[in-house]
Design a protein around this ligand. Structure first.
Ligand code: GLC
Length: 721
């Protein structure tokens, strides 16, 4: 494939044309196709002229079949060799049909539905002219202060890897060249961006290579193994060197060790930002380090365009490196069929039919139902249709339920909670709605209105949370409680002495002080997407039984962070039983345990686990161990249980976590129904990175844990021979 492209294009390109293929411009550069007037604004700021624009390789953030076709047509008319543009954008959890945020999807523990959501996102994006999505984001996150936690699927390496594979498969399908309804995926942010110190976005990341390989890299590797076409560099340093200029990480590990030969794109301006990092004297050195690290596309700066020509002329950069980068980009364009069909799947007529279609929205609704997590319920939920409900709070009637990265989504037409509840209640006036407070403010009149709305209510439902811009990129928070105004609203409502349920709309695990301790029921809705209100009403009225399980711990308070289930035991673990021994690993003012653990979630029914058994107490490396358990629905409502399998390696060459998720099964059970769940443990699942980075298992003792969460488990032991 490369020979053909080299001979047809690269060999005939000037050095400037080759380098322009490595440039990605944003949408404003293409706002008026055909406008040949002196370029001003962003182009001028970037210091590039029309010739460079005509030879550019890709564009970020243009969508809409008509617009894309006009820009592509104009570009082809002016590009000397007729090389088409690649159109890319952030389609992270939906295009116009917005799905729950990825952190919510992680709580569905449903990779099949996650894959379908990516397939639908790709379908809508492709018909609107897009070729590449900057997703999935698979950064492991253990710190809810970081705003981009909403974009991840949570704190567990294995679960993130399962979702990484599912998203890539959904976006790309099996035949990207011929399946015009798919887009190329771009796994990000390589690597370990989620470990930003203090949860502060873009902050320093520092970890051992062993930690990197053991916990942070597997999900990216799962995406690469799933055939992801592109990798995006992360803003942070890895072992002291910005990822975007980190040759050992990008060439040594990603390309040489993993064999990734796709396109690597920098994150926005990340090449130039090496200067600010203090890793490059100037833009020229930044360009040098990036091209030597195998970064093919310079997103939105002119580091490459301005400095690669001189670096080549000075003999500091071999033109072969440029050719290599150009070829990877041309190979992707060819794989997408763009040379034969530069408009690919763009279709203005079809766009009108399938984008935001009811079929797509119903999938979003189903995923929202499965992604919500019932965190507490003391006899309040589900609501009865004939109950008089006061729905109070800034999210009672809000369209701000799409979350960050919902670029093409419509808050205006998102299905709101209040109207949806009124449909399911005995009559619309069984649900009285009052805002009660803003996101950050509350007035006496709002309080009075809320108290009035609740006067005749049998139950109060509070719809509270974070505005979508309080998480997402650049949205780190040091205090992860609900805003004080909303805590005040909850206090005022609690004083009425009526049953109180809280529905949370948020982009991170919150510090639930003033919420969890006050409410009788708490339903975590996250940002549930375009059909969020309808899904939540179904859950609140019991049309659907909640089945979500936390893919990230909820801390007792921000002071506990980072808190995660697969921690090390330490030499002085805090015992289960009370102790007055001071000299143990503890806080003197809060518990060690998170408020709500990884894997936790309630149902309107109950489940019992019995008969945990292993096929043997000794496991041979070549003979998998079978683990069996019987799960029974002991309640009076059908429900879905996520049976989780964890393993603890009691002693290793390096210390091993107190437990690690290795598998899970979702089982649907009718009231009274039992099912036997069988897991197989393979020796490969017991391997880990040793101090010399060798990845092997050790003979020795292991504990198997099976249960409903990382905290609620039954256990059995075995030995690996
Ligand atoms: C942003 C984000 C990245 C996104 C890119 C393009 O800064 O870090 O995730 O894909 O720029 O919007």
């Amino acid at each position: 494939m490369s020979e053909h492209l080299y001979n047809k294009y690269v060999k005939n390109m000037t050095l400037e044309e080759k380098i322009a293929q490595l440039l990605q411009l944003a949408a404003p550069f293409y706002d008026e196709p055909g406008d040949d007037s002196e370029i001003t604004g962003p182009m001028e700021e970037l210091g590039i002229g029309n010739d460079t624009k005509r030879a550019a390789g890709s564009v970020l953030g243009i969508a809409g079949a008509e617009k894309m076709m006009a820009v592509q047509k104009e570009h082809l008319a002016s590009n000397r060799l007729g090389i088409p543009l690649l159109f890319m954008a952030d389609i992270v959890h939906g295009f116009k049909t917005i799905f729950p945020i990825p952190l919510a999807i992680g709580c569905s523990w449903n990779p099949e539905l996650a894959e379908l959501s990516a397939e639908i996102a790709a379908r809508e994006a492709a018909v609107s002219g897009l070729h590449v999505t900057f997703a999935p984001m698979v950064d492991l996150v253990r710190d809810g202060r970081w705003g981009r936690v909403m974009e991840s699927t949570g704190e567990d390496t294995y679960l993130n890897s399962v979702f990484a594979k599912a998203f890539v498969q959904g976006f790309q399908g099996d035949d990207l060249e011929n399946d015009m309804t798919r887009v190329a995926a771009c796994v990000k942010h390589f690597a370990a961006y989620g470990l930003a110190e203090g949860g502060r976005d873009y902050n320093t990341v520092d970890l051992s290579e062993r930690q990197l390989r053991e916990y942070y890299l597997p999900a990216y590797k799962a995406a690469v193994d799933a055939g992801v076409e592109m990798v995006m560099t992360s803003f942070n340093i890895v072992d002291g060197i910005p990822a975007t200029g980190n040759r050992r990480l990008m060439r040594g590990l990603l390309r040489d060790e993993w064999g990734f030969d796709g396109v690597v794109i920098s994150d926005w301006a990340a090449i130039k930002e090496m200067i600010a990092h203090g890793a490059a004297e100037d833009d020229k050195e930044a360009a040098f380090k990036a091209i030597y690290s195998g970064v093919d596309i310079d997103m939105m700066t002119t580091s490459y365009v301005k400095h690669l020509p001189e670096l080549v002329k000075e003999g500091l950069v071999d033109e072969a490196l440029i050719d290599e980068a150009v070829l990877r980009i041309l190979k992707l364009k060819e794989k997408l069929g763009l040379f034969e069909n530069p408009m690919r799947g763009a279709d203005p007529e079809l766009e009108k039919k399938i984008v935001y279609s009811d079929e797509h929205r119903q999938v979003s609704r189903k995923l929202a139902e499965k992604s919500s997590v019932l965190l507490k319920n003391e006899g309040v939920l589900p609501l009865q249709a004939n109950q008089r409900v006061a729905l109070i709070g800034p999210f009672a009637d809000s369209g701000d339920i799409l979350g960050w990265w919902s670029w093409q989504g419509s808050k205006e037409t998102a299905v709101k909670l209040g109207a949806s509840m009124q449909v399911l209640s005995a009559s619309p006036d069984h649900v009285v709605i009052a805002e009660g407070s803003g996101i950050h403010t509350i007035s006496e009149s709002q309080k009075a209105e809320a108290i009035k709305a609740a006067a005749d209510a049998d139950v109060i439902v509070l719809a509270v949370g974070e505005a979508s811009e309080m998480s997402g990129e650049g949205g780190s928070r040091s205090d992860i409680r609900l805003p004080q105004a909303q805590l005040e609203l909850i206090r005022v409502m609690k004083e009425l002495g009526k049953p109180l349920a809280v529905v949370l709309f948020n982009g991170r695990p919150l510090d639930l002080h003033g919420v969890y301790d006050v409410a009788d029921a708490v339903l975590e809705a996250w940002f549930p997407g375009s059909e969020g209100g309808a899904a939540l009403a179904d859950l609140l009225y019991g049309k659907v039984n909640p089945s979500g399980r936390l893919s990230m711990s909820f801390p007792y308070s921000v002071g506990q962070i980072p808190v995660y289930y697969n921690a090390y035991n330490t030499g002085r673990p805090k015992p289960e039983e009370e102790t007055d021994n001071r000299y143990i690993s503890q806080y003197i003012d809060i518990p060690n345990e998170p408020l709500l653990p990884f894997g936790f979630g309630l149902s309107y029914t109950t489940f019992a686990y019995e008969g945990l058994s292993l096929s043997s107490e000794v496991m041979a490396a070549d003979r998998p161990l079978e683990v069996k358990v019987t799960v029974t629905n002991t309640g009076n409502m059908a429900g879905t249980e996520t049976v989780q399998l964890y393993i603890r390696d009691i002693s290793g060459e390096v210390v091993r976590p107190v437990k690690e998720l290795k598998d899970f099964r979702q089982v649907g059970l009718a009231p009274g129904e039992s099912k036997e769940v069988v897991f197989r443990i393979e020796e490969t699942q017991l391997r880990y990175h040793h101090s010399d980075l060798s990845f092997t298992s050790d003979p020795g003792r292991f504990t198997v844990y099976v249960g409903a969460s990382s905290r609620e488990v039954q256990k059995a032991g075995f030995r690996l021979a």
